[in-house]
Design a protein. Structure first.
Length: 602
C-alpha cells in the first residue's frame, strides 16, 4: 500500500485540519506492526524444521538469513547457538510488533480525540455563524442530531478506518508469506479467497444503503423527541400520551429493524465465510500432502498463517460495513457544515453603527423566504420611513408580514430587491455586529437560558452595569415585583428555557435584558401578551417614557399599546396598506377599524 492510497482512506477528514503527516504516521505504524508480525511468524518455520528434520533443514529459507547473521558475528552455527538465536530474533520481532501496535493504537486514539473535537468545533461554529436562511431550512432536531449522534458516528468512522487499515495490512503480509512459503499452494487457495472478496463487496453495497436509512431515521427520531417535549402540554391536554409514546416507539423500532438487517447481513456473510476458509484449509492439506510432498513444519506454518488470515478477512469485512455505516453520518454533518458556511453571514463592511440620527428607511423592499419560490412574497414593495426617537406600531392580521419586516430590520434576512437604510446608509454597509448590538429585541415568546435571572438580564453586555442601574432596570421592567420575593433573588436559576417562571415573568426578564442593553432601537413583538393588567400598565409607561431616547418599533394588537404611537403601519398580505395615527386610521381604513372593533389586531 503506497502513501497516496493509504491517505485516500482518510481523505474525508482532511477538511478538519488534520495534516497528512498524522494519517501517514498512523499508516506507517500499522505497516511496521504488520511487518514485524510477519517476521515473527516466519522465524517459527526454521524452528519447526529443526524439530522435525534437524539443523540442516532449519538452515534453509529464512534460516539462511539467521545463519548469515551468525557468520557475520563469527559465531559457530551449531545447534546450541542456531536455535537460541532463532528464538531470540523471533522474540525481538514480536516485542517490536507489540511496541508498534501500542504506538499505532495511541496515534489512532489521539486522532480520534482530535477529530471528535474538530468536527464539533466546525459544526458548532458553522451553525452559530450561519444566516437565518439556513436555520429556517433545518429544524432544531436535525441540527441537534448532527452535533450529537452524527458527530459521534463520524468520529467512529475514523476508528473503523484505523482498524480496517490494520486488518488490510495484516491480510497483505499474510498473503505475501503464503506465496513466499508455498506459491503453488497459495495459488490453489486464492480462488476461494477471491470468492469471499466478492461476497464482502456485495455485502458492503447493501449495508451502505441500509446505513443511510438508519442515519435518516436517527434525524427523524431526534426531531420527534424535540417536538413532543416542547409540545408536552398539548399532548397531555389531549390525552395523547399513549399515541405519542407509540409514535416514538414506532420510529425506534424502525431504526432497530434497519440495524438488525445490517447485523443479519454481517452474520450471514461471516457465517458463510467460515466454511469457505475450512474448505480452503482442507484443499491446502490435500494438495500439500498428495502432490507437493511438503514437510509437516512447512504445512503447519502455512495452515497457521491461513488461520490467522481468516479472522482478519472477517474483521476486514466487519470494519468495511461499520466504516460505511458511520461514513453516512460523516457525509451528513459535512454537508450541513458546508451548507451553513455557504449561507453564513458575510461581513462586508467595518463601518460602525453608533447612533440612529434621522431614522430607518425601507425602499421598495421585496422578500420571499427560501424554499417558498412560486408562493406569495412575504414582503412586497415595502417603502416606509421610521423616524428616530419615537414609537412606531405595526399592526395587521396573522401572516401579514409584520414579523418578517422586523427580521429584515434586524438584518437577519437580506431583501430579494430593494434596500434598507439606517440614516440613509445601506444597512449592509455597516459592521453587522455593531448594528445588532445596538438593537434590543423582545420576542412574543421570551427565551431564557438555563442560568440565573441576573445572567439572563446581563447576557452579552459589553459594559458594566452598576447595582443602582440594575435596580432601575428591574423597576422599569416591573421585575422587582417578583424578584424581591425569591429567596435567591437575581441569583435564582430559571431552569431550561425559563421553565421555573411564569410566561409573564419571563416576558419581564426579556424586557429587562432589552433595557440593560441601552439600545438605539428597541423592537417589541407582542410585548404585553403574557402580562396581567398591572404589569402591562407599568411596562407601558416605561416604554413610552423611553420614546425620547430610543426608537421603539412594536408589533401589538392591544389598543393601550398602540394608541399613543407616533406612527401606526397597517400591513396586509405583505404590503403596507395604510399608515397614520390611531384616529386617522379609524376614520380612513375599514380594515383597521374592523380589526380594532373586533379586538383582532394580531
Amino acid at each position: 500500500m503506497n502513501r497516496r492510497k493509504s491517505l485516500h482512506l482518510f481523505s474525508e477528514f482532511e477538511h478538519l485540519g488534520i495534516s497528512n503527516s498524522d494519517f501517514f504516521a498512523l499508516t506507517a505504524l500499522t505497516l511496521l506492526y504488520a511487518i514485524f508480525e510477519g517476521a515473527g511468524i516466519s522465524l517459527l518455520l526454521p524452528v519447526l524444521e529443526y524439530i522435525e528434520n534437524g539443523l540442516a533443514a532449519a538452515q534453509r529459507g529464512i534460516g539462511k538469513v539467521v545463519l548469515s547473521l551468525l557468520n557475520h558475528f563469527h559465531v559457530d552455527p551449531s545447534a546450541r547457538t542456531f536455535v537460541p538465536a532463532l528464538l531470540l530474533i523471533a522474540i525481538v520481532a514480536f516485542i517490536l510488533r507489540s511496541a508498534f501496535q501500542y504506538a499505532r493504537d495511541i496515534q489512532a486514539a489521539k486522532l480520534k480525540s482530535r477529530i471528535a473535537i474538530k468536527i464539533r468545533e466546525k459544526a458548532a461554529a458553522a451553525f452559530v455563524h450561519t444566516g437565518f436562511p439556513f436555520l429556517h431550512a433545518h429544524d432544531k432536531g436535525e441540527l441537534s442530531s448532527a452535533l450529537t449522534t452524527d458527530a459521534e458516528r463520524a468520529t467512529e468512522a475514523l476508528a473503523a478506518r484505523a482498524v480496517f487499515l490494520n486488518a488490510l495490512s495484516l491480510v497483505a503480509i499474510y498473503a505475501l508469506l503464503l506465496f513466499l512459503f508455498a506459491p503453488l499452494l497459495a495459488v490453489f487457495a486464492l480462488p476461494i479467497f477471491l470468492l469471499g472478496g466478492f461476497i464482502v463487496r456485495w455485502q458492503s453495497r447493501k449495508s451502505g444503503e441500509l446505513s443511510e436509512v438508519v442515519s435518516q431515521k436517527h434525524v427523524l427520531f431526534a426531531s420527534q423527541i424535540d417536538d413532543e417535549l416542547d409540545g408536552m402540554i398539548r399532548v397531555k391536554m389531549r390525552g395523547y400520551e399513549k399515541q405519542t409514546g407509540e409514535k416514538l416507539i414506532t420510529t425506534t423500532r424502525q431504526i432497530m429493524q434497519e440495524i438488525f438487517k445490517i447485523e443479519k447481513l454481517r452474520v450471514l456473510v461471516e457465517t458463510g465465510l467460515h466454511p469457505l476458509f475450512i474448505l480452503a484449509a482442507f484443499l491446502v492439506m490435500y494438495i500439500a500432502i498428495a502432490h507437493l510432498h511438503m514437510t509437516l513444519a512447512g504445512l503447519g506454518i502455512f495452515l497457521f498463517i491461513m488461520l490467522r488470515l481468516g479472522p482478519q478477512l472477517i474483521l476486514l469485512n466487519s470494519m468495511w460495513i461499520h466504516m460505511h455505516a458511520c461514513t453516512a453520518s460523516l457525509h451528513r454533518i459535512n454537508g450541513l457544515i458546508e451548507e451553513a458556511v455557504c449561507l453564513s453571514e458575510k461581513q462586508k463592511s467595518t463601518l460602525p453603527f453608533i447612533r440612529l440620527s434621522s431614522g430607518i428607511t425601507f425602499e421598495n423592499v421585496c422578500f420571499q423566504y427560501p424554499g417558498k419560490e412560486g408562493h406569495e412574497y412575504a414582503l412586497k414593495n415595502i417603502s416606509i420611513e421610521l423616524k428616530s426617537r419615537g414609537i412606531h406600531a405595526i399592526v395587521g392580521r396573522s401572516g401579514a408580514g409584520k414579523s418578517t419586516l422586523l427580521k429584515m430590520l434586524m438584518n437577519l434576512y437580506q431583501p430579494d430587491s430593494g434596500q434598507v437604510y439606517f440614516d440613509r446608509v445601506p444597512v449592509t454597509d455597516y459592521d453587522l455586529r455593531s448594528i445588532r448590538t445596538r438593537i434590543a429585541f423582545v420576542p412574543q415568546e421570551a427565551f431564557l437560558f438555563n442560568d440565573t435571572i441576573r445572567k439572563n438580564i446581563l447576557y452579552g453586555l459589553e459594559r458594566e452595569i452598576t447595582d443602582s442601574e440594575l435596580n432601575r432596570i428591574l423597576t422599569l421592567s416591573y421585575c422587582n415585583s417578583f424578584v424581591d420575593k425569591l429567596t435567591q433573588g437575581l441569583d435564582t436559576f430559571v431552569g431550561e428555557r425559563g421553565v421555573r417562571l411564569s410566561q409573564g415573568e419571563k416576558q419581564r426578564i426579556a424586557l429587562a435584558h432589552a433595557l440593560a442593553i441601552d439600545p438605539e432601537i428597541l423592537i417589541l413583538d407582542e410585548p404585553m401578551t403574557s402580562l396581567d393588567a398591572e404589569s402591562e400598565n407599568a411596562i407601558h409607561d416605561s416604554i413610552f417614557h423611553k420614546r425620547e431616547d430610543v426608537t421603539v418599533i412594536v408589533i401589538a394588537h392591544r389598543f393601550s399599546t398602540i394608541s399613543g404611537a407616533d406612527q401606526i403601519l397597517l400591513m396586509d398580505h405583505g404590503e403596507i396598506r395604510s399608515r397614520g395615527n390611531h384616529r386617522t386610521l379609524i376614520e380612513s381604513d375599514l380594515l383597521y377599524k374592523k380589526l380594532f372593533e373586533l379586538q383582532m389586531l394580531d
